[in-house]
Design a protein around this ligand. Structure first.
Ligand code: MLT
Length: 208
């Protein structure tokens, strides 16, 4: 697998002190979708933004699903590992540190899988409307990695009990988890942007 196998955008850092971000779009999005969000939450960060390689009725995603909320878990694991390889190669090519993932919806789910399967790839993660991606994940050692999980109280896609389970999974694996449930649905709100920006700008997002 070579990193060119993922169509992607890369924006170099404007400020060497800002952490690089790995931007992971939702179903039907592409590599351009989250560049604006990345710039808003961490101006100056290098931005690495791949396009999901799975097509569902022509819509890019990061892994296959059998139905809404029912994942092809073998594909989740395979695609998460491919994404991990892409990040490792892109880091060499662009000379960047391990990134903080910023994933929305399907992008948040693949980021969650990547954290559990290849914990060294990411410095941390902001997971927007994420679900538990694997029913029986391997025991991960997240060693104090910071994770911000932002859920929507009225999210019609993520069942209310699912995001606390994901938070517990990361906490048990040793991550430093901040979980907030916002008065929102599946779509992002201004509160997501503000909370993500504040989190990334302060010590909560720094690796322990
Ligand atoms: C997924 O398939 O990853 C989740 O259901 C979120 C979505 O893409 O709608």
């Amino acid at each position: 697998m070579t990193e060119t196998a993922f169509i992607h955008r890369f924006e170099p850092a404007g400020d060497a002190g800002s952490p690089p971000l790995l931007l992971l779009h939702g179903t039907g999005g592409d590599e351009n979708d989250l560049l604006g969000l990345g710039q808003m939450i961490s101006p100056g960060s290098a931005l690495l933004s791949p396009r999901g390689r799975v097509l569902e009725h022509g819509m890019p995603r990061f892994f296959r699903r059998l139905a809404e909320g029912v994942f092809d878990e073998e594909d989740v694991a395979r695609r998460a590992n491919e994404l991990g390889d892409f990040v490792a190669e892109a880091r060499q090519r662009y000379g960047i540190a391990a990134p903080i993932a910023v994933g929305f919806s399907n992008g948040a789910n693949i980021a969650a899988a990547l954290l559990l399967l290849q914990p060294d790839v990411l410095a941390g993660a902001i997971l927007l409307r994420a679900m538990v991606p694997l029913s029986d994940p391997p025991k991960a050692a997240l060693g104090g990695k910071p994770v911000l999980l932002l859920s929507g109280h009225g999210d019609p896609i993520v069942p209310a009990s699912n995001s606390p389970r994901l938070a517990a999974l990361f906490t048990e694996a040793g991550a430093r988890v901040t979980h907030k449930v916002l008065p929102a649905g599946h779509q992002l709100s201004q509160a997501d942007v503000t909370l993500a920006r504040d989190w990334i700008g302060n010590a909560e997002s720094r690796a322990a």
